[in-house]
Design a protein around this ligand. Structure first.
Ligand SMILES: [Zn+2]
Length: 226
């Protein structure tokens, strides 16, 4: 069976890294989504990288403003508005028409810390699409071992949404190696997202449930060690 793979690159844009990722993707004709951090876009060099990615046909998604405290750990409406809307304002015309948003998972965990009730209300009212993931091979904390984990994830599923990171010390040094191995497996590269990772699409619930949101502030858990 042909496996499908959708790539997402989170936590950038990063000068010195994102351009290298874009170069590798361009040489292979692959298109992905870059889930960017709002406060990084304030730097002109990072904003230019987001524009460059958009011009190359990649989708630009919103990955919160500060990427610090998860939305389910700080559930007031003002925090959700800052994290989501201030980032979307900086993304501006680069935004995908479906308004792609990915919450901060704290080391890729999925659970009620991802969203607050207030964040969900905002995302629905403003017709965002909320996109999770199905593979987090931990490129940021295992720069030499994440490729094997990614291959294992891809072979275990029909359609895998992979989270990699265009930050220093993450996927870039072994990205070409990963793509060579995926080519050998004959995977189909996709830019869109399978239903199983979509919590809502343009404001309409898909897999939205209480499992992904908190009513009141959860403890601020530290991201997992490697
Ligand atoms: Zn992230």
């Amino acid at each position: 069976m042909t496996r499908r793979v959708t790539f997402t690159f989170d936590n950038g844009p990063t000068p010195g890294v994102t351009a290298g990722v874009l170069d590798i993707l361009a040489r292979r004709g692959l298109q992905a989504t870059f889930f960017v951090i709002g406060q990084k876009l304030r730097a002109p060099a990072a904003a230019a990288l987001a524009s460059e990615a958009h011009a190359a046909g990649h989708w630009i998604g919103n990955h919160t403003f500060t990427h610090s405290v998860a939305l389910g750990e700080r559930t007031d409406a003002a925090y959700a508005a800052h994290e989501i809307e201030d980032t979307q304002a900086l993304i501006g015309t680069l935004a995908h028409p479906d308004k792609l948003f990915r919450p901060y998972g704290k080391s890729g965990r999925i659970g009620p810390h991802l969203l607050s009730r207030a964040a969900v209300s905002l995302l629905q009212a403003q017709r965002y699409s909320c996109i999770l993931w199905s593979s987090v091979p931990r490129d940021w904390c295992d720069p030499d071992g994440w490729v094997d984990r990614c291959i294992a994830d891809v072979t275990a599923r029909d359609w895998t949404v992979v989270v990699l990171h265009d930050v220093v010390g993450a996927c870039l040094p072994h990205l070409s190696e990963l793509l060579d191995r995926l080519d050998d497996l004959g995977v189909e590269y996709r830019q869109d997202f399978p239903e199983d990772v979509v919590l809502m699409r343009t404001g309409t619930p898909v897999h939205l449930s209480d499992a992904y949101m908190s009513e009141s502030d959860l403890p601020d858990v530290a991201p997992a060690d490697c």
